[in-house]
Design a protein around this ligand. Structure first.
Ligand SMILES: [Zn+2]
Length: 203
């Protein structure tokens, strides 16, 4: 814990003064262009991956970068999506999965989660992605990356069920992107709907 406290001290004494104009502006409001929905995994740093500054990404995180279909229950992700799209007016939504995702591993083998029933319930939101991967790879033969990619596509589709997103999509003034962050190489692949596959986002 001391490491975090030392970090706060350094942030206040060194980092804030370095970007004082930005932090002064941010002190009274935010107008991010992007809602970034990603996994809670400690290895993902949205700002580092995208080289963005505070105020640029409205970040919403949960296990497995899940977008629960609207109306299932009132929870934080749904509220964050509504606020970001209806109030902040973000122009883009990125659903970002990642390699070696524990939530997707759980969705592939929910029987291993009997001791953590809430996690088991939550990753059920990704179960349809595993079934979609099984359709092409066969039951029991699904590889983790394919299930992870299918989960991003699945959660992107769930966004359509959220009224605030549907309204913006109908108006044609918001774009939805699906990404997978590859831990280790730093690659980010993006969903290409025309080919129904993921390609490097930098090409
Ligand atoms: Zn994860």
């Amino acid at each position: 814990m001391q490491k975090l406290i030392d970090g706060v001290a350094k942030f206040k004494s060194e980092v804030v003064p370095e970007h004082q104009a930005l932090f002064d502006k941010l002190a009274t409001g935010q107008s991010p262009d992007v809602l970034f929905i990603t996994c809670a995994d400690s290895r993902i740093d949205p700002a580092m991956i995208t080289q963005t500054m505070p105020g640029e990404l409205f970040v919403c995180r949960n296990a497995g970068n899940v977008v629960p279909p609207h109306g299932q229950s009132i929870e934080g992700t749904t509220a964050s999506i509504e606020f970001a799209t209806a109030v902040l007016g973000v122009k883009h939504i990125v659903v970002c999965g990642h390699t070696d995702c524990g939530a997707i591993k759980g969705a592939m083998a929910p029987q291993n989660l009997d001791a953590i029933p809430r996690v088991q319930d939550w990753v059920d939101h990704a179960r349809a992605a595993v079934k979609a991967a099984e359709a092409t790879q066969g039951e029991g033969n699904v590889d983790l990356l394919t299930a992870t990619e299918r989960n991003v596509v699945l959660q992107m589709s769930h966004l359509n069920s959220h009224p605030a997103v549907a309204a913006r999509l109908a108006a044609g003034d918001i774009d939805v992107h699906g990404w997978v962050y590859h831990i280790g190489s730093g690659d980010v692949t993006a969903y290409d709907s025309a080919s129904d596959s993921f390609k490097s986002v930098t090409h």
